[in-house]
Design a protein. Structure first.
Length: 81
């Protein structure tokens, strides 16, 4: 899995991670079972986790002091005060 650290955040990284997970699952039946269970849980969530489609945020006009553009925030946001 250490090879994944050097790979950019791309589809290539996703493929390498999938491959590493498959190898680990082949070597460890308990891991394979846990991975399969996790996969079923994620599939059951469908679009509830990240939503469907793309998000586009646009800010225009005037002067903005503090702006936060985000999607799917879980937890707090602290803007320093």
């Amino acid at each position: 899995m250490t090879v994944l650290v050097d790979t950019a955040n791309t589809a290539e990284r996703a493929r390498e991670l999938a491959g590493a997970l498959m190898v680990r699952a082949q070597q460890n039946p308990a891991f394979a079972q846990a991975l399969e269970s996790w996969g079923r849980e994620v599939e059951a969530l469908g679009d509830a986790v990240t939503g469907a489609g793309e998000v586009t945020n646009t800010i225009s006009g005037g002067t903005q002091n503090t702006v936060v553009q985000a999607r799917d925030i879980r937890g707090s946001i602290n803007l320093g005060g």
